[in-house]
Design a protein around this ligand. Structure first.
Ligand code: ATP
Ligand code: MG
Length: 140
C-alpha cells in the first residue's frame, strides 16, 4: 500500500507525565515517520471544535476540560496504512480493554485520560490535519 498520513495528539496526561518521548519512540519503532509536530496549549474553543462530533455526549465538557488542562503535542504521521495502523498501535479507547503492547495499555490512566488520539478514518485524518497544520507545515 502507498504511504498515507494520519493525525495524532499526545494528550495532556501523557505530556505532563513525561511519556511523550516514549510514545514518539514507540511510534517510530512501529514504522511511523513524524512529518511535523507542535507542542501547544489548546484553547477551549479549539478543543470544542476538534471534538465537536462528541458535543452531545455526557463526557463532552469533561473531555474538553481534560484536553485543555495542559500542553499537548499535535502530530502528522506517515506510513503505509497509517490510519488503521495508528488505531491498532494506540489500542482500545478504554485502556482496560487495550491489547498488550499498545500505547494505551502501557501509558493510559482511564477511558478519558487515555494519552493519545488518532484519526478514525482517512477522511477524518484529512480534516484533522488541516485543522492544526498548514500546507507548508505538511510539505516536509
Ligand atoms: P480519540 O478520538 O481521542 O482518538 P477514540 O476514537 O478511541 O479516541 P472516541 O469515542 O472518539 O474514542 O472518544 C474521544 C475521547 O473522548 C476518548 O479518547 C476519551 O478521551 C474520551 N471518552 C470517550 N468515551 C468516554 C467515556 N465514556 N467517558 C469519558 N471520556 C470518554
Ligand atoms: Mg475518536
Amino acid at each position: 500500500m502507498s504511504l498515507e498520513r494520519t493525525f495524532s495528539i499526545i494528550k495532556p496526561d501523557a505530556v505532563a507525565g513525561g511519556k511523550a518521548g516514549a510514545i514518539l519512540a514507540l511510534l517510530e519503532e512501529r514504522g511511523f515517520r513524524i512529518v511535523t509536530m507542535r507542542k501547544m496549549l489548546l484553547s477551549q474553543a479549539q478543543a470544542e471544535g476538534f471534538y465537536a462530533v462528541h458535543r452531545e455526549r455526557p463526557f463532552f465538557q469533561s473531555l474538553v476540560k481534560f484536553m485543555t488542562e495542559g500542553p499537548v503535542i499535535v502530530l502528522a504521521l506517515e506510513r503505509a496504512d497509517a490510519v488503521k495502523m495508528l488505531r491498532e498501535t494506540m489500542g482500545a479507547t478504554n485502556p482496560a480493554n487495550a491489547a498488550e503492547g499498545t500505547i494505551r495499555k502501557r501509558f493510559a490512566e482511564s477511558i478519558e485520560r487515555n494519552c493519545i488520539h488518532g484519526s478514525d478514518a482517512p477522511e477524518t485524518a484529512a480534516v484533522e490535519l488541516a485543522y492544526f497544520f498548514s500546507t507548508l507545515d505538511l510539505a516536509i
